[in-house]
Unconditional design. Structure first.
Length: 134
């Protein structure tokens, strides 16, 4: 019987394709999105928007893709996109600043992860929609 304190050996399925950080643009997701429970508060649409923003952001976490472009790339309707973006802002995972007053497009910033564990209380507004089919 294997001891619970000893980790299993890691087997690399394809050692010829080990990923590394390139010198060019790269995106990353904070592991606390999973380990602190934030991912459980996101609908599938919110998670896809968050992932997209993480992948296209600059080093400060800022991207300036137009709403229409993001919706097209992710295959989201305007309403579903706005719901996803609103949830991400309500959870304090992203910030938004319009290009100019009244602009439908603007700068989106992926924020550092909020402190502590995620909870439904952190998302007091909006329906209990975790993207599950009914």
């Amino acid at each position: 019987m294997r001891s619970r304190n000893r980790p299993l050996p890691v087997v690399i399925p394809n050692p010829d394709r080990i990923r590394s950080i390139s010198r060019g643009p790269f995106g990353w997701l904070d592991a606390r999105l999973h380990t602190k429970g934030w991912i459980e508060l996101l609908s599938g649409e919110a998670l896809s928007v968050y992932t997209f923003l993480c992948l296209v952001a600059n080093r400060q976490g800022v991207s300036w893709y137009r709403d229409e472009t993001i919706r097209t790339v992710l295959g989201l309707t305007g309403e579903r996109y706005r719901e996803a973006e609103r949830r991400l802002m309500d959870l304090d995972l992203i910030a938004y600043l319009p290009f100019y007053q009244g602009s439908p497009d603007g700068y989106r910033q992926v924020l550092s992860m909020p402190e502590g564990e995620a909870s439904w209380e952190a998302f007091a507004q909006g329906p209990d929609d975790k993207g599950e089919d009914e």
